[in-house]
Design a protein around this ligand. Structure first.
Ligand code: 5GP
Length: 191
């Protein structure tokens, strides 16, 4: 992986365990903010019902993804519960160069890779009110088999150990309050 060209504090890294509600927060945040672009990731995971190519992800075969790794096309990538996920580097570079903020919604290992390359980035870890609540949310979402759900819960416990490495933690208890906090952090970083 190569270094990103324009590495400034308007790169926002948003992480947190699967099921914590990152997607809901992101949707509301983007309906309320301008001059901020969401980085659409590549993944080898299967498309879920309702997801669209180029909207939720760029869906890739394992071979396509590995070719992109070999070509140095990712700012970061990581394996998450049996699938690969990665951030296309060119979008991040081009968007930062155009003066917009870039928002990465990624898992913890990828977030740590980007933090090493861009120590100035705004880093935010979204935490659930409790692990019991996280399990309830994952079950309600109903997108995973029981086996995958258990793996995601195990992964969540691991990921929670890294909260201290992020500049800010936000508890996702109330979506409106969490979005308000995120907005304040992003506006603060711009200032
Ligand atoms: P899901 O399968 O639920 O869409 O995503 C699983 C995890 O992968 C989530 O924690 C999500 O934030 C993370 N993720 C999504 N895109 C990327 C990416 O480009 N890189 C990394 N490292 N993680 C990602």
């Amino acid at each position: 992986m190569s270094e990103t060209k324009s590495c400034k504090n308007n790169l926002i890294i948003f992480t947190g365990p699967s099921g914590v509600g990152k997607g809901t927060i992101v949707k509301q945040l983007f309906s309320e903010m301008e001059k901020i672009k969401f980085s659409i990731s590549c993944t080898t995971r299967e498309m879920r019902p309702g997801e669209k190519e180029g909207v939720n992800y760029f869906f890739k075969s394992k071979q396509e993804f590995e070719e992109m790794i070999a070509a140095g096309e990712f700012l970061e990538y990581a394996e998450f519960v049996g699938n690969l996920y990665g951030t296309p580097k060119s979008f991040v570079d081009d968007t930062l160069a155009s003066g917009n903020d870039v928002f990465l919604e990624i898992e913890v290992q990828g977030a740590i890779q980007v933090m090493k390359k861009c120590p100035e980035a705004l880093t935010i870890f979204l935490i659930p009110p409790s692990l019991e609540e996280l399990e309830r949310r994952l079950r309600n979402r109903g997108t995973e088999t029981e086996e995958v759900l258990q793996k995601r819960l195990e992964k969540a416990k691991e990921e929670m150990k890294y909260t201290g490495q992020f500049k800010y933690t936000v508890v996702n208890d109330d979506v409106d309050i969490a979005v308000r906090k995120l907005k304040a952090l992003i506006l603060g970083a711009r200032a």
